[in-house]
Design a protein around this ligand. Structure first.
Ligand code: FE2
Length: 181
């Protein structure tokens, strides 16, 4: 399963408009299950937009890259990925863990997804450096190497989001819509 950004996201991402911090929520405000699920859905779509942007850069290598696009992504990539993943681990995973029949699958899935998170944070930092080099036109990497880095990151992130949605988000939404009697 692949989650696609909708057609309105075909334009370049304005990461300054990313929904962080949570709209209308202070740091200590409790979030209900629907708010958490809706926010996760928005974050997944945002991650898919980032993937689309990175794929566009990979496709434009080596001669047609947009330096401004590279710099914009480089500035926000690590913080964006870290913030989204922190939300998932603070709000979403505990919500799943409390959800009845999903408890059984949670431990294994959560371990895998959290390991993915740590890897993605490290990878995002490396990728941000590569994007800065591209943006400044000083990259010492060849296009094949940079393309490999970009594709490794966005393909992994798409798989991660698909897994999270298929195994957790959609079953959780169904569970909350039809709680056991
Ligand atoms: Fe995740």
């Amino acid at each position: 399963m692949r989650v696609s950004a909708d057609s309105s996201t075909e334009k370049k991402i304005d990461l300054s408009k990313m929904p962080l911090p949570l709209p209308g929520s202070s740091e200590n405000a409790p979030l209900n299950a629907t708010e958490i699920i809706d926010q996760m859905d928005a974050f997944h779509r945002h991650k898919m937009m980032i993937c689309d942007e990175l794929e566009a850069i990979a496709d434009s290598l080596p001669f047609e890259i947009d330096p401004a696009q590279c710099m914009a992504l480089a500035r926000s990539l690590k913080a964006t990925v870290s913030s989204i993943q922190a939300f998932e681990e603070r709000y979403f995973f505990p919500l799943v863990a409390r959800a009845g029949k999903l408890k059984g699958v949670m431990k294994t899935v959560r371990d895998v997804l959290e390991q993915n998170h740590r890897e993605d944070e490290g990878f995002a930092e490396e990728l941000a450096e590569a994007l800065v080099d591209l943006g400044l036109c000083v990259s010492g990497r060849d296009a094949e190497t940079t393309g490999y880095m970009l594709r490794g990151f966005f393909e992994g992130m798409r798989r991660h989001v698909a897994l999270e949605r298929h195994l957790l988000l959609e079953p959780l939404r169904a569970h909350l819509s039809h709680p056991p009697q």
